[in-house]
Write a protein that binds this ligand. Structure first.
Ligand code: ATP
Length: 346
């Protein structure tokens, strides 16, 4: 059986706890992975003097795939977000975040099944901020035709391959006529010239958010620029049970880094109560990515078995605190592992 070398970055805050739990589950499932642990985040500062050591970036560049825990970003001061730096340095231009109801996790809406495609390299995340005068600071929103066309093509191709029939673009082109205007024009062009059979919709982001919380089942693929994608991801997480249950992938032409939508949650770090499910679901996405690239049916089967095991565990009421349960991070991992063993007849 093939074995895939994968970089693993535990990260900061709850990162090491949820990463260890996920690795334990993957090992129990016999996932064909060879781990190469590297550091990023505040954890990397003391060991390497850098929050994003070159060695970590270069190994991901070489191996092509990483599973990453969250890295803390200081608020209002300090270094640039490690997550953002990594996406930029590896040109991981498409963030893909599936948002689905889970059995056993009751929420206001049933049948939520949508995916967020977020442009990951520019917009207000370009990090170009200046002091203009003693009294004024400014932040620059950057949009390039190259990146806007690239993410639009990626989203339409993704929708077509996964048999989604509808794409909705959220924008604020009534106010940001140049930047969001360009984003919209690129999406329209790709729709009209390359994917006319996909149902295409544009919504001003404020109205879009209102419609999302009124009835998220009306949406399939959401295409957004960087900052809107960040904000709407958490909104959508709230529709299906919170940040503990939404996975993600950052994908470029050569590399892919799989990480949960949530951050390092310093408020609950070190307590052993974080939900490892979002990172586990990200790992399942990673196995499917590896399986697709290598046409490896056994790897896909492992991904399916893990998915069935966590669904089964949730249906049986095995939940961490964020979902109303009382299991610890490790307790939930053990619950998933026991379902894996039971399913294999062990
Ligand atoms: P960062 O600065 O790294 O973004 P944050 O605390 O600002 O961290 P999140 O980590 O996304 O942002 O957390 C937001 C809230 O959601 C926190 O109250 C946190 O406890 C909760 N949360 C996030 N992830 C999880 C998880 N995996 N399990 C349980 N609760 C979580």
């Amino acid at each position: 059986m093939a074995s895939y070398p994968v970089v693993v970055i535990p990260g900061d805050g709850i990162g090491p706890e949820v990463t260890a739990a996920v690795q334990r589950i993957l090992q129990a499932a016999g996932a064909p992975l060879e781990w190469h642990e590297r550091q990023a985040g505040i954890t990397a500062l003391s060991a390497h003097g850098d929050v994003l050591p070159n060695e970590t970036v270069e190994l991901i560049r070489r191996l092509g795939v990483a599973l990453k825990g969250p890295c803390t970003t200081p608020v209002g001061e300090g270094f640039t977000s490690v997550n953002v730096q990594l996406r930029k340095r590896l040109n991981l231009y498409a963030a893909v975040r599936p948002v689905r109801n889970l059995e056993g996790v009751p929420t206001r809406f049933d049948n939520v099944d949508l995916v967020i495609i977020r442009e990951n390299t520019e917009g207000l995340y370009s990090g170009i901020e200046n002091h203009v005068t003693d009294d004024a600071v400014m932040s620059m929103k950057v949009a390039t035709q190259t990146a806007c066309l690239r993410i639009a093509r990626w989203a339409f191709r993704f929708a077509t391959r996964r048999r989604w029939s509808k794409i909705t673009v959220f924008h604020k082109a009534n106010i940001m006529k140049l930047t969001d205007g360009l984003f919209l024009r690129c999406a329209r062009r790709v729709h009209q010239e390359e994917y006319p059979n996909i149902d295409y919709q544009e919504l001003i982001i404020d109205a879009g958010c209102m419609r999302l919380v009124q009835d998220p089942t009306k949406f399939q693929v959401l295409l957004l620029e960087n900052l809107y994608g960040d904000v709407v991801s958490d909104l959508c997480a709230g529709l299906v049970g919170g940040l503990g249950v939404v996975p993600g992938a950052n994908i470029g032409d050569e590399q892919a880094v799989f990480e949960a939508v949530h951050g390092s949650a310093p408020d609950i770090a070190g307590q052993g109560v974080a939900n490892p499910l979002a990172l586990l679901m990200s790992a399942v996405m990673m196995l499917n990515h590896l399986a697709e690239k290598a046409a490896d049916a056994a790897c896909r089967d492992t991904a399916d078995r893990i998915k069935q095991a966590y669904n089964r565990a949730l249906r049986d009421g095995a939940k961490t605190r964020d979902l109303g349960g009382d299991l610890s991070t490790d307790g939930f991992a053990s619950a998933v592992i026991s379902r894996l063993i039971a399913a294999s007849g062990g």
